[in-house]
Design a protein around this ligand. Sequence first.
Ligand SMILES: Nc1ncnc2c1ncn2[C@@H]1O[C@H](COP(=O)(O)OP(=O)(O)OP(=O)(O)O)[C@@H](O)[C@H]1O
Ligand SMILES: [Mg+2]
Length: 509
Amino acid sequence: MTESAPLAVELRGITKRFPGVVANRDIELRVARGEVHAIVGENGAGKSTLMKTLYGMHRPDEGQILLDGREVVFKSPSDAIAAGVGMVHQHFMLADNLTVLENVVLGAEKSHGIGEKARRRITEISDSYALGLDPDSLVEDLGVGDRQRVEIAKVLYRGATTLILDEPTAVLVPQEVDELFGNLAELKREGLTVIFISHKLDEVRKVADSITVIRRGTTVGTADPATTSAKQLAEMMVGAQLPTPQTRTSTVREASVLLMSGVTVATPGGRPAVDDVTLRVREGEVVGIAGVEGNGQAELVDAIMGLRPLAAGTIDLGTDDITRWSTRARREGGIGFIPEDRHRQGMLLDAPLWENRVLGHQTRPPSVKGPFIDRRGARADTARIMSEYDVRAPGPDTLAVALSGGNQQKLIVGREMSAAPRLLIAAHPTRGVDVGAQSVIWELLKDARAEGMGIVLISADLDELIGLSDTLHVMLRGRLVATLDPSALTPEELGGHMTGAVQSAGSPA
Ligand SMILES: Nc1ncnc2c1ncn2[C@@H]1O[C@H](COP(=O)(O)OP(=O)(O)OP(=O)(O)O)[C@@H](O)[C@H]1O
Ligand SMILES: [Mg+2]
């Protein structure tokens, strides 16, 4: 790299205001061609907003965007794409009822049509970056990992030379993260530039060539990944210590809150998504389910929540057989649910926060008073959740869509914990939240467990799984294939079990 080579991307003095919020203030960003550049900062710091500016989704109020040393003005993402800038969003934007091919081609029919030529190009892209995509799969059948690869393919298909990835690894298990980093290395070799946002500081240090830290809307500095520790990065971000999920004193009691017996969930044709699973969760116990995305965890959760019919088996909640109960009855019976995909299952984006507080809890105080929705009660309780869970937003009447990703997640966790469920199904509870908020959520889960809540924990964060779980099951191809003792387990060992590389001596409970 020569000194005089123009920067692939330079943002100068970018300021972006939303009503009541300065999301970005005088931000500077300098990204060299062919590098992987990470952006870190706590929830609501302004990372996504900055990248949306670069991608032409909105105009900055002040400042300049330079690509290869030349100033550009983007009126829309299509201008950005034409200039070689593509973005994969924090929340996927695919059409569920279309195929991979249709999703990739949609809006870019001009490049290679919609037929054989398009299919060939997608296969080419998929092969050269090892994305493993089948052009004919329906997107609704794909797990989050695959959805993300479709998003990446979509951007590459449009000829992007600068790729923005907003929290690409939040949804991936370690093996997939390694694969993605392999893909990024490929992109880099081809001379592409990658800007990525992540809350996983160790990972940032591993993959990034340089790091920009943002705090409360403005740049606080850059860091060299080779010489900056994760702890130092966290301190630059928030001035906080890095948390650990460790919890070793057992609070497990005898009474079981959840008992699944021989549960099977069928898929149309093919082998069952959940195959003869027997699982017990006792009061005060965190039962972790480890597995590579797409091995039946999502269907297992759906089965517990009554969102999918069982082909066989029974489910008991405490002493009640709830196998035939509706989802609503299960919730009222004391099951809390932090869903995997907060946008598809957890939130109404165009509704204010207080309405989101009511969502799924519309039959109980503080959401209702007599037969009516209690707006005042819901608002007041939303304000309480916002302060306890550090949800950063102007107030209960703010629309959910105006919250940063991590703040949306904190609101959902707060809502579900507030109902004081007997059993909490926590799918990726800290996905997308910053290190400070993560430790808050961990503490709350630990406290609830100590008070007797049973928790089913599904997470792609192996440190979190190992640190919080009292019992850890490994799920592979729909079956629980191993039961491991989290107190004597490394993430590497767990990873081996998850891919089936290690055959376990331990048998499922
Ligand atoms: N469309 C919008 N309308 C109003 N405010 C918004 C909008 N989008 C973002 N904001 C606000 O701008 C600030 C920065 O949000 P942004 O999404 O950029 O944060 P982030 O750094 O990406 O956080 P996270 O790590 O949680 O994703 C937040 O205060 C957020 O509430
Ligand atoms: Mg964001």
